[in-house]
Write a protein that binds this ligand. Structure first.
Ligand code: G6P
Length: 614
């Protein structure tokens, strides 16, 4: 995690750095800092808290200079304090370092440095890098050479930016495992952890590869490989639409993103449903139909909410493509060594395209020779670039830490992929045509579902004081139960558990009491009666029940309404698309509950939007 931006050019660096940090805050928001240079003088300003806190501090105590680096932090080593904030200094203001990643051998290096009499100021792993570079600078008087030598001593991952008054005309960067991109301007250059930070600065970028080191000055930049040989690189134009990342008329990004879902789904579906063949069409799979037809198994790997989308994908692929699917947490998959058949395609699902574990899982699959695909939202992200092929969600920027529109877009995209794989196998043309019809109707159904907002708000007012909540569903509704619980806990800090409704008898039912509401997902479908039995079991133990049911379902109207304390009706859609529709009230419930509890909905404590460390 952590966001980095550096600037070297003719303009004052501080405002450019602060604006870049604001854009990168989704990577972490524990503390922020800048270091700028005016010739041989270094100006260090850092603060625990948000970028806004740093910005306030800079008003009283500006950081002058036209060269600088900056950082917004998600704490790994050491608490979120002023001293642990980056940049970290080595020597008597000899060097300033910002770092994204984890230095795994930092404690050994720290001990060696302490033995040599070096004084440490923070608990971070990063500070060892600053002291080591400062030491090397004493010997070499050359920042580039010093950084190069220190990199050989580090174990772990890093995206680094370094400045020093000894070479005040440059920023030195290096990458291993944590992304870095050079922004190429006119007589000015930038270095950032991702292009988002460069919006409004430049559209010309160069992505660094692992083991590369770069040197940027105002008029030039150079990239070196591991052997310190100069590498020639092509400058790419970022021609994607960065979309609207503002809050618009909404109080929070999350609420805006919830209400953007009909358009997000329309964008995901656009141009991908083909009536002529009754299938779905994807431009970027980069595999022939023959290769795809030969696939006998799929592995879906992801983290967080994207993992829950993968679980829905498992049901979709089994039902419509008749393919065996395994869904793996990327953080587990990367270290397992399961026997994987050669006809297996690995699909990484990720909103950001930067999640460290998902990237590692993708790389491991590639290394073993499996074709890899990415279902990704952020165009040009590391995973999107490294996968053999993939599908973009086109959901537009998702800023709220709690993922909403990315989830429903992922599920919709997986449904299209299931249609595509199904049509390569047993699915008839008529079945394909029906799925196309269902998918086309989905954005409007989501529009209708969003009308439950006031009702959900009323329910949130009634229950926002509880300490625990259970979410129950079966089949397609089981991953939705997991996702509903995750949404609630991540932004409201209420303990919540999602469970397959029947499994409840094996544990969670012990939690049921008058103070613990259970959300039951009971849309019309093959397991309605079964879930109703589970609902009765909770009712018998006096647990309050909030049911999500299908509009126009006569049984639900009578039965659910007589048993549940609250019923939220959502449009009736085919069972395989219900995960999209039933997620809407759960997203809204989490939002209103969190708001009523006074939580920071868009930036919940301890979390970050993009998790770029293991
Ligand atoms: C973080 C975010 C989640 C997200 C997960 C995976 O935990 O807070 O919202 O689902 O990372 O992120 P990805 O970008 O790979 O989907």
């Amino acid at each position: 995690m952590c966001g980095i931006i550096g600037y070297v050019g003719p303009r004052e660096a501080e405002p450019i750095l602060v604006e870049g940090l604001r854009r990168l805050e989704y990577r972490g928001y524990d503390s922020a800092g800048v270091a700028t240079l005016t010739g041989k003088k270094m100006h260090l300003r850092k603060k625990a808290g948000r970028v806004a806190d740093l910005s306030k501090f800079l008003k009283d105590s500006p950081a002058p200079g036209t060269v600088g680096i900056s950082h917004t932090r998600w704490a790994t080593h050491g608490a979120a304090t002023d001293t642990n904030a980056h940049p970290h200094i080595g020597g008597p203001n000899t060097v300033a370092v910002v770092h994204n990643g984890v230095i795994e051998n930092y404690s050994t290096l720290k001990k060696q440095l302490i033995d040599q009499g070096v004084e440490f100021h923070s608990q971070t792993d990063t500070e060892v890098i600053s002291h080591l570079i400062a030491q090397k600078l004493e010997e070499t008087d050359d920042l580039v050479e010093s950084v190069r030598q220190v990199l050989t001593m580090l174990k772990g991952t890093y995206g680094l930016a370094v400045v020093s008054p000894k070479n005040p005309e440059m920023i030195v960067g290096a990458r291993l495992g944590s992304p870095l991109v050079i922004g190429v301007g006119e007589n000015e250059n930038f270095l950032a952890s991702d292009p988002t930070a460069l919006i409004g600065c430049t559209q010309r970028v160069v992505y660094l590869k692992d083991h590369q080191l770069c040197v940027i000055t105002d008029t030039d930049f150079h990239i070196y490989d591991e052997d310190h040989e100069k590498v020639s690189v092509a400058v790419q134009n970022i021609d994607w639409d960065t979309g609207d990342a503002s809050k618009g008329d909404y109080e929070h990004h999350m609420l805006k993103e919830i209400f953007e879902q009909p358009e997000a789904l329309e964008n995901a579906l656009r141009g991908r449903l083909v009536d002529a063949d009754n299938t779905a069409l994807f431009g970027g799979l980069n595999l022939t139909n023959r290769q795809l037809r030969r696939a006998e198994r799929l592995i879906l790997t992801a983290c967080g909410t994207s993992y829950h989308a993968g679980l829905v994908g498992e049901y979709l692929f089994e039902e419509y493509a008749r393919m065996p699917v395994e869904v793996e947490y990327a953080s587990e998959f990367r270290y397992r060594n399961p026997p994987i058949d050669q006809h297996t395609i690995c699909i990484a699902i990720t909103q950001s395209g930067e999640t460290a574990d998902t990237l590692a899982a993708l790389r491991e699959s590639k290394r073993k020779g499996h074709p890899t695909l990415a279902i990704c939202n952020v165009v040009g992200s590391t995973i999107a670039r490294e996968a053999d092929g993939g599908v973009y969600l086109h959901a537009g920027p998702e800023v709220g830490v709690a993922s909403t529109k990315a989830f429903t877009s992922q599920v919709t995209t997986l449904a299209m992929l299931a249609l595509f794989f199904g049509r390569l196998r047993h699915l008839s043309s008529l079945q394909g045509a029906k799925m196309i019809e269902d998918l086309r109707a989905l954005p409007d159904a989501v529009r209708q579902a969003l009308k439950c907002n006031d009702e959900v708000k009323r329910i949130a007012e009634k229950y926002h004081g509880v300490s625990n909540m259970l979410f129950m569903g079966r089949q397609y509704m089981y991953p939705v139960a997991l996702e509903g619980a995750l949404k609630l806990k991540e932004i409201s800090y209420i303990h919540a558990e999602g469970y397959p409704a029947a499994e409840m008898k094996h544990g969670p039912i012990a939690l049921v009491d008058e103070e613990t509401p259970s959300i039951f997902l009971t849309p019309r479908g093959s397991v309605f009666d079964k879930v109703m039995s589970n609902l009765e079991e909770v009712k018998a133990r006096r647990g309050p029940i909030i049911a999500i049911a299908s509009e126009g379902d006569a049984r639900a109207a009578d039965y659910v309404a007589s048993k549940a304390d609250e019923v939220i009706f959502v449009p009736d859609v085919p069972e395989y698309l219900q995960p999209v529709i039933t997620s809407i009230p759960l997203q809204l419930l989490a939002y209103h509950v969190a708001l009523l509890r006074g939580c920071d909905v868009d930036k919940p404590r301890n979390l970050a939007k993009s998790v770029t460390v293991e």
